[in-house]
Design a protein around this ligand. Sequence first.
Ligand code: ADP
Length: 198
Amino acid sequence: MKTEQQAALNIVLFGPPGAGKGTVAKLVAAQKQLIHLSTGDMLRQEIELGSDIGREAAGLIAQGQLVPDEVVVAMVGNAVARHIPCPGFIFDGFPRTTGQAAALDGLLAARHAAITLMIALEVSEQEIIRRMLHRAEVEGRPDDTIDVIRQRIITYHEKIKSTADYYRAQGKYATVNSSITPDNTLQQILKQLSTVNG
Ligand code: ADP
C-alpha cells in the first residue's frame, strides 16, 4: 500500500486577490478528489459565527490587511487534522507568508506528506480589479470595494508575493495564465500536474 506521502497530491494555489483561486480550486479539487481548504472562506465563517477568531479577523479583512500567521496556521492545522487519511489537499489563499509556508511544511511532515507544487495564477491587474468589482455586485463581499481592493493589491505586492520564492527555491513552482476561462485554467493546471504526479 502507498503511504500518504507517495499517494497524496498537495497543491498550493497562489495568486493576487481576484485571480480566481476559489473558482479554480473547486474545479481542481473535484477533478483530483482533493480536500479544498480556503483560509478566506474559513475566516468568513468565523466572522459569521461571531467567534474570537472572527472578531479579530473582521477588522483586518475589512482593511485589506493580513490576519496574523498564528491565527491562520492554527485554523489550517485543525482543518488538516480532520482529514486523515485523504488523497491530498488544495490550499487556496494559504500560505501567504514564508512563516505560514514553513508551518504548513511542519503540518504535512507530521503526517509524512509534503507540498507537491505551488501553482501561481497569473492575470493582469486591470482584469483582477474588474473581476472583484463584478464579484462585489454578485456576492456583496465587504472587502470588494475599490479602496479595499487597492489595499489588498498593495498587501499582495508588499507581503504576499515573495512567498512564491519559498517554493521556487525548492523547484516546486509553476505558473498558469488565469485570464481566459476557469476551465482553460483548470486544463493548464492538470497539464502541469501530469508532469509531477504521473
Ligand atoms: P483574496 O485572495 O481575493 O484576497 P480571500 O478570500 O482568499 O480573498 O481572502 C480574504 C481576506 O482574508 C484577505 O484579504 C486577508 O485579510 C484574509 N486572509 C485569507 N487568507 C489569509 C492568510 N493565509 N493569511 C492571512 N490573512 C488571510
